[in-house]
Design a protein. Structure first.
Length: 649
């Protein structure tokens, strides 16, 4: 199977739980591991692979499409399989790290369960001078003409600048294909697995190189610009590797765009072609391609709900048929076989977890395959609604509001939930965490504050050196909007977030203490100089850019200290719950310790949960239950939601 769909559909799934007939559903309904997830069809279309729980962890199962009989081909008991792909019709590659270290190992197994091999050993979490060592070997492409080999990128030699190898999928032996000439951070390959280009970071400059002469290893610069200057970036290539598509904040005449447009581009001639698509509210776009066409079939973007626009007439007709058959959901083709005879369709909305269907291209028919969460009653779930409001400086903020089902949506206790990143964004879909909180009686507000990606250059760049300031103001303004709209009870607001969202939690409690009754910091940054001091070695190529975006630890240490919540614990007036993973390579456990010291010194009530076998976000089932169980108790103690709900039997 090869399908290149450069968009994301949230496919978080769970195992079956007892059917809940009362309103208050068991915690396990929301957070138990999936029964099936990540269906992928084999290249020849004869079998499906998926992830499912075996021995209490996610493992790989194979389903024969003729007999429909599933069989487990792995049986890991200590760690979840985090992902997989078909290497060929007989062999599957899968990935695992160790306790959240993010140094993912690569493993292989035959579809009959035989010949299980470790190809790349996952590295135990390592610290050198306080910095995490992350080894990354990632698959660039499968090789149709060499079925026992795949193309990989590996940073074994230099942490931030990977080389390209062929790797044998039987024994893990690697052969160098392309040595990194200096500062390449990512590679482009054509549809036949040949290296044709690369992205680079050079201090504050970024750009794209074209491999003009492979035999002589001659590279030419296609584009080079300072990372925050208007430029363009390649996003896809066609069957002709010299021609592809770029997201560009420049028009062909050199004028600057705030929102990126998608253009055709000739890399050999360094020449812009036609504008393919643009949107006035969002950077455009994700590119949808297939192996069979070796070209674009459509684009994907998201302002509120996910949108797909199919430009290929055949695929446009296919998706119109699928959407007509499944009219109340977002529908995404997530996997197809090489000849496009059979595909997998994921169908979901904000109240319904994904359902999977098999699509027959020749007959234009859908066949139900599996409900990812058959125990979830969509009628008892809460709708996620796209909202927007004006921040105090007039900038438009987009976000999502989820209110408890069966309520009038007024005067509710509110959880403001800033996302991580911060250079990421919240999206629309079935969100187990938002559903859990809504089921417990809380409204949930997610704001794509400035710095969230995809909303244009001005929205992004207005976040520069604004941690705790304008970025935090957007979160604050979201709370005030919810109060002014009558949605939130001003006396019952809690802030909860993970990673950067954990920073935003602590910043909210320190810089706007009057706004909140409690805070939950999940694997969050608390000390900005420490963030730079303990940055993983793999971040080295981007630290100069990060210094521009956050603050320079060498010349602006006082500024970073000022906007570090760990230095302002004396301002916190409400209880705090913090949760961290001891093996976290991104947010070192010292962030928890320095914050804890400040809370203790100032007699702030707090609880600190540390899981020794987790990293940047909990993955193990037992730890997930423990975290959300404690969260539920903590929120109930501090927000006291009015509850007419009955406990589920």
């Amino acid at each position: 199977m090869k399908i290149r769909v450069l968009l994301g559909a949230a496919l978080a799934l769970m195992l079956a739980a007892p059917h809940a007939i009362a309103e208050k559903l068991p915690l396990e309904t929301f957070f138990k591991k999936p029964q099936f997830t990540n269906f992928q069809i084999s290249p020849n279309g004869k079998e499906l692979a998926a992830m499912a729980p075996v021995n209490g962890r996610l493992n790989i199962v194979i389903i024969d499409l003729e007999t429909r009989e599933p069989r487990a081909v792995t049986g890991m008991s200590s760690q979840d399989v985090s992902g997989f792909l078909w290497a060929n019709n007989e062999r599957i590659l899968f990935f695992m790290d160790k306790d959240g270290s993010e140094s993912f190992g690569i493993f292989a197994v035959n579809t009959d369960g035989s010949l299980l091999r470790t190809l790349v050993e996952p590295v135990e979490a390592q610290l050198k001078g306080g910095k995490a060592v992350i080894k990354i070997t990632s698959i660039l492409d499968t090789l149709d003409e060499e079925k026992d080999w795949v193309l990989v990128s590996s940073n074994d030699r230099r942490a931030s600048y990977p080389d390209v190898f062929k790797m044998n999928i039987i024994n893990g032996r690697k052969k160098i294909v392309q040595r990194n000439p200096g500062n390449i951070t990512g590679w482009f390959v054509d549809w036949d697995g040949n290296v044709v280009g690369a992205g680079f970071q050079d201090g504050l400059d970024t750009g794209y190189l074209r491999l003009a002469n492979p035999e002589e290893d001659e590279w030419e610069t296609i584009v080079r610009a300072r990372f925050d200057d208007p430029s363009f970036q390649p996003v896809a290539i066609t069957a002709n590797p010299d021609v592809g598509y770029v997201m560009s904040w420049l028009n062909p005449d050199g004028s600057v765009r705030d929102k990126a447009g998608l253009f055709r581009y000739d890399f050999a001639k360094r020449q812009f072609g036609e504008l393919i698509y643009e949107h006035d509210e969002i950077d455009c776009c994700g590119v949808i391609q297939t192996e069979k066409k070796r070209d674009m079939i459509g684009v994907a973007y998201m302002v509120g709900k996910p949108e797909q626009v199919y430009l290929d007439e055949r695929w446009k007709g296919i998706m119109e048929s699928i959407d007509a058959a499944l009219p109340d959901t977002e529908n995404v083709v997530t996997s197809v076989d090489d000849n496009e005879t059979t595909g997998v369709v994921a169908s979901y909305n904000s109240k319904q977890p994904p359902r999977y269907y098999l699509y027959n291209f020749a007959e234009n028919t859908l066949e139900w395959l599996a409900d990812s969460r058959p125990w979830v009653d969509a009628e008892k779930m809460s709708e996620m609604r796209h909202i927007s409001f004006q921040a105090r400086d007039g900038m438009t903020m987009h976000g999502y509001l989820t209110v408890p089902a069966g309520t009038d949506g007024e005067n509710l206790p509110l959880i403001i939930n800033p996302h991580g990143g911060p250079w990421a964004r919240d999206g629309w879909g079935y969100n187990p965490e938002a559903q859990f909180l809504a089921n417990r009686g809380y409204a949930v507000l997610q704001v794509n504050f400035r710095g969230s990606v995809g909303f244009g250059r001005n929205h992004l760049m207005s976040s520069w050196k604004q941690w705790g300031q304008a970025m935090q103001n957007d979160v604050t303004d979201g709370v005030k909007w919810a109060i002014e709209q009558g949605i939130a009870d001003a006396d019952r607001v809690c802030i909860y977030g993970g990673s950067y969202g954990g920073y935003a939690t602590m910043a909210g409690l320190t810089y706007t203490p009057e706004l909140y009754k409690c805070g939950i910091n999940y694997v969050g940054v608390t000390d900005l100089p420490l963030l730079f001091e303990t940055a993983p070695d793999a971040w080295a190529s981007g630290l100069k850019q990060m210094a521009i975006m956050v603050g320079d630890p060498d010349s602006e240490e006082e500024f970073l200290e000022e906007w570090s919540p760990s230095n302002h614990a004396d301002k916190i007036q409400v209880p705090v719950f913090m949760a961290y993973g001891l093996q976290d390579p991104r947010v070192n456990i010292r962030h928890a310790r320095v914050m804890e010291d400040g809370l203790e010194e100032n007699n702030v009530p707090y609880e600190l949960m540390i899981k020794k076998d987790e990293g940047h976000g909990f993955q193990k089932q037992e730890n997930i239950y423990d975290f959300y169980g404690r969260m539920e108790t903590f929120l109930a103690e501090n927000l006291k939601p009015e509850s007419g709900q009955q406990e589920s039997p």
